[in-house]
Design a protein around this ligand. Structure first.
Ligand code: TXA
Ligand code: MG
Length: 350
């Protein structure tokens, strides 16, 4: 299949592109599109065959449910059993925006979209092109992140092309995304809202709207024996670069010293070693393929660039990567959740 790459101009001239994209969805095809978090791989959420195509294109296990993207609040009611009060409050506060809420699903949503679950994840993205695309389609876009399963989520259209070229009908190129990590997921089907995946919307922000929230213990990464994460996708290998990634944790001076000596050792044995650095420490690294992920003083920059840096190391072919710990106050929970997965939880304490 030929994948058409359409660059959006952000003007009225895009309407023909959205019309074409909408028709592809209505005909059961797939279109990747930008959102404020990461690029999504969209299909008609109400068409069981479209969801199957999404799993096939990504190479994703089909028990891993998809998020249904909507463009208006009125689209929510038909696809859920009921809308809890907490959901109304959270939607008022954070929709459109980087928050996904889990509801009990109505019969309208096929099980192939929800990975066989009786619940459905719903989100209204805060992105003009995403909303325009949804409105031009069937109004319900099932979309996981638009990467091949296991790879970092795409934050540029070029990332989508490198993973999915030839496997989907169209890619809408809206430039770089703003946030860079996937949406916060909160489950509203229990008595107390539960955070299943950390993101831009923090537990404090959720708590300020609904009072108490619980946090799925799986988010920390280490699960008590025999328990499973509530968001099925959280259990899979994710984001892993081809080079082995290690997180180095400790005082700044100790971290940079450890990484410098590890890079030197790697070099001696003929390895190409990558370093994930913050702006603040850049000058302290002496050797290796050093990439600045962002600045601790402006922590949103770290989230925005993390996945692109991981992909860049794959392109360069580094065989080993050391990263500073990126546990900044606000975005740190979301960033470290992804970084720990990418590192298969290899943390070196110095
Ligand atoms: O920011 C985002 O959320 C992006 C953009 C494209 O909107 N989408 C995204 O989708 O990250 P995906 O498929 O890569 O991640 C969806 C996560 C998975 O971990 C999945 O298991 C979980 O949401 N999920 C979906 N439906 C669920 C449900 N009914 N119950 C629990 N977890 C669910
Ligand atoms: Mg994903």
């Amino acid at each position: 299949m030929e994948t058409e790459l359409c660059v959006l101009s952000g003007t009225g001239a895009d309407s023909a592109i959205f019309e074409k994209a909408g028709k592809i969805i209505k005909d059961g095809g797939l279109v990747a599109f930008p959102t404020e978090t990461v690029y999504g791989l969209g299909g008609d959420a109400l068409n069981a065959e479209s969801s199957k195509k999404i799993y096939a294109a990504k190479g994703r296990p089909s028990d891993n449910p998809l998020i249904v993207h909507i463009a208006e609040m009125s689209a929510l009611e038909p696809i859920v059993k009921s809308i809890p009060e907490s959901a109304k409050l959270l939607a008022d506060a954070f929709w459109p925006g980087p928050l996904t809420m889990i509801f009990n699903k109505s019969d309208m949503v096929p099980y192939s979209t929800t990975g066989g679950l009786d619940t459905v994840a719903v989100r209204m993205p805060d992105h003009k092109a995403a909303l325009e695309f949804i409105r031009n389609s069937t109004g319900y876009i099932a979309a996981p992140s638009a990467n091949r399963s296991g790879r970092p989520s795409p934050t540029l259209a070029s990332h989508v092309m490198s993973d999915l070229d030839g496997r989907i009908e169209m890619v809408l190129d809206g430039g770089a995304v703003g946030i860079g990590v996937e949406s916060t997921i909160v489950d509203l089907t229990g008595d107390v809202p539960m955070l299943l995946r950390p993101g831009y919307i923090t537990p404090d922000m959720l708590g300020s709207i609904v009072g108490r929230i619980e946090i799925d213990p799986a988010i920390g990464g280490i699960l008590p024996d025999g328990t499973h994460p509530k968001a099925p996708g959280m259990k899979y290998k994710h984001y892993a670069p081809q080079g082995e990634l290690y997180i180095v944790s400790g005082e700044d001076g100790n971290v940079t010293a450890y990484i410098n000596s590890a890079v030197a050792k790697g070099k001696e044995s003929g390895e190409l070693v990558g370093v994930i650095a913050t702006e603040e420490n850049r000058e302290l690294y002496k050797d290796g393929v050093v990439r600045v992920v962002g600045s601790k003083a402006d922590e949103e920059t770290i989230a925005r660039h993390l996945f692109a840096v991981l992909r860049e190391f794959d392109d360069i072919g580094v065989t080993r990567i050391y990263s500073e710990e990126l546990d900044t106050p606000r975005m740190g929970m979301a960033v470290m959740n992804r970084l720990l997965k990418a590192a298969a939880h290899r943390v070196i304490k110095v």
